[in-house]
Design a protein around this ligand. Structure first.
Ligand code: PAJ
Length: 281
């Protein structure tokens, strides 16, 4: 496994590899868990060379967000990736990615003003910018992204399409703990009591899935169910509960086509998100 810290070296290695091999990239911010590892396994399946980037991207954190305390443990990540036979870790520092006078940003306009974009101003500009940089640096044929961050996935898909980027975005389903909690690096912030409360998110999604299956298509009824479940215990602060068109992310009143139920809430101080697709097929 090769650890590469500079853009120049990474681009040189990528050029060499691209002569006869397919590169798969998994962009991450590190502090890896089984969700990340599942994406790495997927990349392994579909490509000859697997690159994982580890970079806690400052441009996607708001001023009041958790950049400084975002969990990091490179040695642990390195061990996990070694076990997965990862070929390359791209591990740049902030100056390498954002040198002095850095001033170019990418905005995916239609999709950014919904869900998390409403409260996390500029977050998706930071995400789209760093991901497009990673694509230019690692030059992958495939890039694997988790559906756990549904809006992020849709934004990256749209960016790749709009800017004619020459690679395939590969979505991967949300990996959960045995009890249903979506895996997240931020779960480490939760106390045991908070972790218990966080399970309400999954419980509320299961309830909506069951109602949808039974024929309920009225969004206000479905959203109310989520609200009831999340409010059943103190300490879960709802940020949003939305049911939107799965492609445009525009909120709807009735489910006619493929829709996405997306939830963001705070359990204690920890912000958690989750989602599920509601579709007949
Ligand atoms: P990070 O939160 O580290 O996530 C890296 C990738 O892992 C993303 O594609 C995310 O959707 C996926 N992922 C996280 N938890 C998952 C789970 N439980 N199941 C399946 N996939 C999961 O997302 C980011 O980093 C950053 O925004 C990044 C894209 C790296 C840009 O900085």
């Amino acid at each position: 496994m090769r650890i590469i810290e500079t853009v120049k070296e990474m681009q040189g290695v990528a050029d060499e590899l691209r002569k006869d091999r397919k590169i798969g990239l998994v962009p991450t911010m590190g502090y890896l868990h089984e969700g990340h590892i599942a994406l790495v396994k997927k990349a392994r399946e579909i490509s000859d060379v697997v690159a994982v980037s580890i970079f806690v991207n400052p441009t996607q954190f708001g001023p009041s967000e958790d950049l400084a305390r975002y969990p990091r443990d490179f040695e642990r990540d390195r061990g996990l990736l070694e076990r997965e036979k990862t070929d390359i870790i791209f591990f740049p520092d902030v100056k390498e990615m954002y040198p002095e006078r850095y001033s170019t940003y990418i905005q995916v306009r239609e999709l950014e003003n919904h869900l998390c974009g409403k409260t996390r101003t500029g977050h998706f500009i930071g995400v789209a910018t760093v991901v497009s940089k990673l694509f230019n640096i690692v030059k992958p044929h495939f890039a694997v992204f988790g559906q756990k961050d549904y809006q992020q996935l849709k934004i990256i898909e749209r960016m790749v399409r709009d800017l004619n980027m020459d690679l395939k975005v590969v979505p991967y389903p949300t990996v959960r703990e045995p009890d249903g909690l979506a895996m997240s690096s931020r779960n480490t912030y939760l106390s045991p009591a908070e972790r218990e409360k966080a399970l309400l998110i999954y419980a509320s999604m299961k309830k909506v899935e069951a109602l949808f299956k039974a024929g309920q298509r009225d969004v206000s009824v479905l959203r109310e169910e989520v609200k009831q479940v999340l409010s059943s215990e103190e300490g879960v602060q709802i940020e949003y509960i939305t049911i939107s068109d799965a492609e445009t992310l525009v909120e709807i009143d009735r489910i006619e086509n493929k829709a996405v139920l997306a939830i963001a809430c705070r359990v204690g101080k920890t912000r958690l998100i989750d989602n599920t697709i509601l579709t007949e097929a």
